[in-house]
Design a binder for this molecule. Structure first.
Ligand code: UDP
Ligand code: MG
Length: 150
């Protein structure tokens, strides 16, 4: 079975609002495996590199200011279809479009304070994991894997 890894980040507003545990809980309970995690206050340069594809957007300066305003919780989650499923768990970019039951649908109001990031494709996930965890991730086996997968 092909296992994917996705880069999930709790943004400064999510950390400040005490939502770190709730978001980790959802990924754990879904069955995904946490293979890397750290709390870190990103530099402006690092954040600009992470969001490089949005550099020409009007909201970019505000986005960088917001993302560097405090610590983020950077994580890598692993499992079957983790990239697409992770995006589903986060909900739509615009909280007003996010379904109830998703993280953004349940916990936030505005797009500029939407509490979490998730990779949008396997290729961008690999790029983001390399950027945020150059030291690599932790390989291990969840003891319930036989109950999670056929
Ligand atoms: N963003 C914003 N205003 C917008 C669109 C996006 O402030 O009109 C912010 C928002 O925090 C979003 C981030 O920029 O999560 C990255 O945008 P992207 O389109 O990649 O959305 P995502 O992948 O996070 O759903
Ligand atoms: Mg994106």
């Amino acid at each position: 079975m092909v296992m994917e890894r996705t880069y999930i980040m709790i943004k400064p507003d999510g950390v400040q609002r005490g939502l770190t545990g709730e978001i980790i809980k959802r990924f754990e309970q879904k069955g995904y495996k946490l293979v890397a995690m750290k709390l870190t206050k990103p530099s402006k340069e690092h954040m600009e590199k992470h969001y490089a594809d949005l550099a020409n957007k009007k909201f970019f300066p505000g986005l960088i200011e917001y993302m560097t305003s405090g610590p983020v919780c950077a994580m890598v989650w692993e499992g079957k279809n983790a990239v697409l499923e992770g995006r589903k768990m986060l909900g739509a970019t615009m909280p007003s479009d996010s379904a109830m039951g998703t993280i953004r649908g349940d916990f936030c109001i505005e797009v500029g304070r939407n509490i979490c990031h998730g990779s949008d494709a396997v290729e961008s996930a690999n790029h983001e994991i390399g950027m945020w965890f150059p030291e690599g991730v932790c390989e291990w086996t969840r003891c319930d894997e036989k109950s999670l997968y056929e």
